[in-house]
Design a protein around this ligand. Structure first.
Ligand code: ADP
Ligand code: MG
Length: 403
């Protein structure tokens, strides 16, 4: 993009000295809201240098203090959703299509633009522009369409972690689901994996999950910004079976050939985790926000633990990374130094009131810059049989709403 010449160049994953890879960190500054625009009495305090990929914070006191941070990309508020996708998401999605695991997460205080960046649900209402999740899905399906040599299966799961409990947002009656470790890494046991065929299918499930999420928080009289929402897209790729002339096609149930594939052939499996993290703001345990102490503690626990894991991974002298101390880090443990390509987006708000929160988000991001990961291609021998299709899930949901 001519407007942001540095971004494309910087955004491809490049190996570091050990042949490993770093977490890529991009900062996105959201544009001011109408109300924020009207308060023009303040001097600007956040400066983005897109040439050098730096953010400078000015803090005023008895004298001005400046802190400079360097990242892989910095996106000023005029940046469009497509720019953010190209810089912070596309390289990861392309790797997922090659059978790597990938993680894209948005970090920042409530109101900084995490959900806008990842989903922008309003896109369904037609008033704003799609974020990373629908764009990633569109890219995956466009590739599947163009690729004449391979066949693709894509499935989607959608969960949230709230108060250290995992809930399946596509099966809202579920609660306290367990994380297990299998041959292909960490997974949520029993989670719904719905086959999807288009970016529209993904948006439908996203909206469905969001409705369930909002509903669960209304019931609790709590706010969804206290939970982590995680979309998991699993992409399976397999060479197409070209039957020899005159050969019989196997009709064994679930055999690869019955679906048009050769049996026993390699399947590449890439998993894409898209994580809308809980708001990173410091929560007051009591007071106007009315947060229960236990809730504040558990939000802090998982984000603090994420920070600790990032810190431990970034420190060459550290011997222990406390992945197991929270559900979030357990699930993301491969993204934080294992088998995954990882992109972290730090969302910040352009408002003087939030300078402390912005500073702590930028510090979080700069620590994450030092985390090396090591991604390998996942290969599976057989296609998994997908249990649910989209239609079943939507119908089930309708039945649930009617009763
Ligand atoms: P978060 O998920 O971090 O709490 P949101 O994504 O909900 O924050 O954003 C807060 C508000 O700011 C929303 O009304 C959203 O539409 C708006 N917003 C955020 N980022 C942008 C952007 N880049 N351009 C326009 N509006 C934005
Ligand atoms: Mg949000």
């Amino acid at each position: 993009d001519a407007k942001f010449p540095n971004y494309e160049k910087r955004s491809r994953s490049t190996p570091d000295d050990d042949g490993g890879e770093r977490v890529r960190v991009t900062v996105r500054l959201r544009p001011p809201s109408k109300a924020e625009q009207q308060r023009d009495d303040e001097r600007p305090f956040i400066f983005l240098d897109t040439e050098r990929n730096t953010v400078v914070l000015r803090r005023t006191g008895s004298f001005d203090a400046f802190t400079e941070f360097q990242f892989d990309g910095v996106l000023p508020s005029i940046c469009q959703q497509v720019d953010v996708y190209n810089v912070a998401a596309r390289p990861v999605v392309l790797d997922v299509l090659e059978g790597y695991n990938g993680t894209i997460m948005a970090y920042g205080q409530t109101g900084a633009g995490k959900t806008y960046t990842l989903s922008d649900k309003l896109a369904c209402g037609g008033t704003s522009v799609e974020g990373i999740i629908p764009r990633s899905a569109a890219e995956i399906f466009a590739r599947a369409e163009q690729d004449n040599e391979n066949e693709y299966h894509v499935s989607m799961s959608y969960i949230q972690i709230y108060m250290e409990q995992i809930q399946d947002l596509l099966r809202p009656e579920s609660s306290n689901m367990q994380i297990r470790e299998g041959e292909n890494g960490v997974y949520v046991s029993g989670v719904e994996e719905v086959a999807v065929k288009s970016a529209e299918d993904v948006m439908k499930l996203l909206l469905l999950g969001d409705r369930n999420r909002a509903f669960s928080f209304t019931k609790l009289n709590a706010h969804s910004s206290r939970s982590h929402a995680i979309v998991i897209l699993t992409v399976e790729r397999k060479a197409k079976c070209i039957p020899e002339p005159g050969s019989e096609v196997s009709d064994r149930p679930h055999s690869a050939c019955s679906a048009g594939f050769l049996e026993g052939e390699r399947v590449l499996v890439g998993k894409l985790f898209l994580v809308d993290l809980a708001g990173s703001e410091r929560l007051k345990k009591s007071g106007s926000e009315g947060i229960r102490a236990s809730e504040a503690m558990s939000v802090n626990l998982s984000l603090t633990c994420l920070g600790k894991c990032i810190g431990a991974r970034a420190d060459p002298n550290s011997t222990h990374v406390p992945f197991r101390d929270s559900k979030l880090t357990r699930l993301l443990q491969e993204s934080l130094g294992g088998n995954a390509k990882t992109s972290l987006i730090i969302n910040i708000a352009p408002c003087n009131d939030y300078i402390q929160e912005s500073l702590s988000s930028l510090l979080f991001g700069s620590r994450a810059m030092k985390v090396a990961t090591r991604a390998i291609i996942n290969v599976e021998e057989e296609f998994r049989v997908l249990t649910k299709n989209l239609q079943d899930t939507l119908e089930m949901q309708d039945e649930r709403l009617q009763t």
